[in-house]
Design a binder for this molecule. Structure first.
Ligand SMILES: *Cc1c(COP(=O)(O)O)cnc(C)c1O
Length: 382
């Protein structure tokens, strides 16, 4: 089976793990946590990085620091993995689901911008925080959010769990990496992400005080090193040294991983151009990292569920994309702005094998399978 996404361990992972075991530092105290944080901050261009037990934990802490709490409203992408919205719900804040734009599949930030301005004019409730997700490795359009922050003080949390290594190449955030444009950025190192630490996450910010508070919250809000005094309800969200060791080794190879992902994406987009589908989005102002290469099949063609099973028969693992959050049980009654685009993405979307160790031969197999599927069963319109 050609897998959808599998981690690759070709660097210092085993050596660093050995060092952990030999030194006895396997828990949340140990040199690799700090080394991982320092190198991560330098890599993404952030001043501060705080390692967390998971991407969801990083988001939870980030949202709490941004002021999310009962009675507050957080705008979040409707089309995303459910962890993005769950982190909001953990804080007790309400969720406002915002539809995607077709061009990038990310939150339609212009739609949100106009809605907030309209509500403000009428004295209606506006979000206190916006959590924007960079889905599948493509950066979201930030300008409308920066304007909302300037005008209304709406803080920006970036869910960059899927987009490590992606950047903007023009516009207000030109030259910046995802996670560093908002007030706080969050990343995930789950097994299927661009780099993995087994499990883990990272919170980045330019604000030293926010970073210190994040560190404090992830460590049970413990005041001293050797005594048991706590000034608030914190969390056991620190990353352990073993995971940090693996994460650091992976981070050392990030550049290669992203370059490989971009090569895979280029070959897919070139190879699929003549089939009845829209290749993975790429805006002219963005340099995506293509975590999972995902496309849309045209409406009148074979549906994605059929394509997934037909590919499985040919030993190719593909997967449908997420149903919109507004259709998921915990968020059916959440407030929302639009939702037709996220529905369409679910109805027609498909992710293809995107591991960094995907060989050109395997990728050719995937392309051949798709070409046969669409050519023989459903001839493309001319
Ligand atoms: C994976 C993911 C998360 C959660 O990260 P974990 O490390 O699995 O907790 C959050 N948001 C998005 C968009 C993700 O893809």
């Amino acid at each position: 089976m050609i897998p959808l996404s599998e981690p690759t361990f070709t660097g210092n992972e085993a050596q660093y793990l050995r060092e952990c075991v030999d030194s006895g530092y396997v828990s949340s105290v140990g040199p690799f946590v700090e080394r991982f944080e320092k190198m991560f901050a330098a890599t993404v261009g952030a001043s501060h990085a705080v390692a967390c037990a998971s991407g969801t934990a990083a988001l939870h802490v980030a949202l709490r620091l941004a002021g999310a709490q009962p009675g507050r409203l957080v705008a979040v992408s409707d089309f995303t993995f459910i962890a993005s919205a769950n982190a909001v719900t953990y804080t007790g804040a309400d969720v406002l689901l915002v539809d995607s734009e077709c061009a990038t599949w990310n939150m339609n930030t212009e739609l949100l911008h106009d809605e907030v301005c309209r509500r403000a004019r009428r004295g209606e409730r506006i979000p206190d925080v916006v959590e924007v997700v960079h889905v599948f490795g493509h950066p979201a359009r930030m300008e409308p959010l920066l304007e909302l922050r300037d005008r209304f003080g709406i803080l920006i949390v970036e869910d960059a769990a899927e987009a490590l290594g992606a950047e903007w190449c023009s516009g207000a955030a030109a030259g910046m990496g995802v996670g560093t444009v908002g007030d706080i950025g969050c990343f995930s190192f789950n097994g299927n992400k661009i780099i993995t630490s087994g499990g883990g996450g990272m919170l980045v910010t330019a604000d030293a005080e926010l970073a210190a508070r994040a560190q404090h919250l992830t460590n049970q809000a413990k005041l001293g090193r050797t005594t048991y005094h706590h000034d608030t309800v914190g969390y056991n969200y620190r990353l352990n040294n073993l995971s940090a060791a693996v994460g650091l080794a992976q981070l050392e190879r990030l550049h290669d991983a992203v370059r490989t992902k971009r090569g895979i994406a280029r070959r897919y987009s070139d190879g699929l151009g003549r089939l009845p589908l829209s290749v993975a989005p790429r805006a002219s102002w963005a340099n995506p990292s293509y975590w999972l290469y995902s496309l849309l099949i045209y409406e009148n063609m074979l549906g994605p569920e059929h394509v997934v099973s037909a590919l499985a028969e040919r030993d190719v693992q593909a997967r449908r994309v997420w149903p919109p959050l507004h259709a998921q049980a915990p968020y059916r009654s959440a407030e929302r702005l639009g939702g037709e685009v996220s529905e369409k993405l679910y109805r027609r979307g498909l992710s293809l094998p995107s591991s960094t160790q995907l060989t050109e031969a395997d990728q050719a197999t995937v392309l051949r399978a798709l070409t046969e599927l669409f050519r023989w069963r459903h001839p493309a319109r001319t």
